[in-house]
Design a protein around this ligand. Sequence first.
Ligand code: DSN
Length: 422
Amino acid sequence: MDLYESIQKQDKEVFGALAGEEQREREGLELIPSENYVSKAVREAQGSILTNKYSEGYPGKRYYGGQTYTDQAETLAIERAKQLFGAKYANVQTHSGSNANIAMYMALLQPGDTVLGMDLSHGGHLTHGHPVTYITKFFNFVRYKMKNVETGEIDYDEMRRVAVETKPKIVLAGFSAYSRELDYEKFASIAKEVGAYSVMDAAHIAGLIAGGVAKNPFDAGFDIITSTTHKTLRGPRGGLILTRESEEIAKKVDKAVFPGLQGGPLMHVIAGKAVAFGEALSPKFKDYAAQILKNAKAMEEVFRIAGVRMLGGGTSNHLILADVFGSLGVTGQEAETLLDRVGITLNKNAIADDTRKPMDPSGIRFGTPAITTRGFKEGECKRVAELMLEALKNRSDEAKLVAIREEIKQLCLKFPVPESFV
Ligand code: DSN
């Protein structure tokens, strides 16, 4: 806990929260598929002196002086992001994935324009047009869904029909709770047919794309990829917008991020992004990305043998969405709480067309990015899946739950989070 030396001396209350979280992460398993552990180098960048600096604008064109080193850090982040994804332009300033999506809409749309995106109950994200978000006051969102929730196949015919009927300006691919690969060629060709931009929200799978184990939407001609930087990409919390080819689009994106949406960029976080992108460019990252997939498959196998229904019939990426209410009679909320008690953190999640409420849905969502960072291979992942099912099936057996908690803790202590990934 060397990073917290000064906090410990100065502020015992905040130190208490940090020390508690250190212990929680050390002794428990992180299965939330959108979370990960960053390297010590990324944390050093985030805790660095660059937090002191205001840098509105972009490298070489700032509204404040003293930008020699902020320009260096941001240029490194931009160049590395471009190299990772094969993009001609990158904006690394958005504070989050949500901001990246909002800035992308602002860059490409006029108020009243239409976006065609994944139905939210079939895996889309809040920023893809959930009625509770402000963006729905300005833009019109129409939907596509899975054709078959048991295989995960998207209904591309219906997508095309809706696109022809509603003339969207953006055809949006991407998800936060979907476990199969998308057919980017179909998305791109539908977008082209109706004169829309094609955009992929790759927040969840950016690390899989960067690691070369998932298809790159740019290869199918997508215009833009938005992303977070902290999920499979294993960087600091933040956002990213990549433009494949068009300088005109890239300029609109830059203007939309600043001054359109945000003020001063978080230069310490941007330095952290540069460090993380450097790590993702190293050969070891490809092995990491490949292992994420193998580990998810190992967990899928255990759930399949146990007869637990998985949305999409299983997984082709880093996450699994399991219908625990339908298969085991335990609600998503009950499962989340119970597994938390045995040291496994995951999240309750609505399943496609869920009849239960969002705060207590039918499903759980879990994935392998963080445990793979920890060094877990297929054997450990199988065991974790078995322990999850044992806990869910024996939820009133206190002695069994205590034993599971102890096994999880020992597994975690055997696989401490590494400090460096290169
Ligand atoms: N909160 C993220 C997730 O868990 O998928 C999406 O923003």
